[in-house]
Design a protein around this ligand. Sequence first.
Ligand SMILES: Nc1ncnc2c1ncn2[C@@H]1O[C@H](COP(=O)(O)OP(=O)(O)OP(=O)(O)O)[C@@H](O)[C@H]1O
Length: 262
Amino acid sequence: MMNYSSRPPEEPAVHAQDLTVVRGSRPVLRGLGFTVPRGRITGLLGPSGCGKSTLMRAVVGTQAKVTGTLDVLGRPAGHPSLRTRIGYVTQAPSVYDDLTVRQNLDYFAAILDPGKTGADRRHDVERVLADVDLTGHADSLAGTLSGGQRSRVSLAVALLGTPELLVLDEPTVGLDPVLRRDLWQLFHRLAEDRGATLLVSSHVMDEAERCHRLLLMRAGEVLAEGAPEALRTRTGADTVETAFLRLVDEAAAAARTEESTR
Ligand SMILES: Nc1ncnc2c1ncn2[C@@H]1O[C@H](COP(=O)(O)OP(=O)(O)OP(=O)(O)O)[C@@H](O)[C@H]1O
């Protein structure tokens, strides 16, 4: 079994306090505080435009104008030592269309760890091909793959370095239900068998139940964090979607009360 994490499980993978991000001239994340526990799947859920991608970019260290505290795997976000410890998959699959799937993976494996022997690199490539269920398409040109297959190639690239933290921006968009289920099974295997931490965004609330823990976001703020069941119990809701709507209503009522007492 591969050991993805060498740190004590009690230290969170991500810790944010008073985290603010300005894009253009306006703050799109405002004073966020949250943690992402190690070895678990944390779902980042909220409507389109609420700031999920921005938060992920801040965690992986590619976002400008970030203030407040943001520690990732025990280091400040963006620290050079984190580069090989984090796998990041954006919404736009980054693969070369004129290379086959295996050639893409060979190429990225060589860049990621030029010191590895050819045999070790080939082993890594076969491992990630199997992880994302693309062994049968290994010799297809990336340009001939479907959208879902291309995004699985991107995920395979992120898995090459056996990262401790995987940050996946809407990885299941456009996938059919069978592929979505398979991908979630893979996420659980990565967390449970290898101890990886996953931060997975989605705006599809029914994916919430597949996560160990949720960060519910709205309009640049974290409305609530906790296990799906705890959030449902706290709000007296049957589903996370209803829990989310109740939390939105509660926040709006609290804002109105604050306004009227000013
Ligand atoms: N380059 C940019 N310059 C200025 N504002 C931006 C830029 N990119 C995004 N924004 C704004 O930041 C806010 C958060 O965007 P972000 O992409 O993080 O949301 P999201 O929750 O990931 O949305 P989606 O689910 O649609 O991907 C939005 O209001 C968006 O308009």
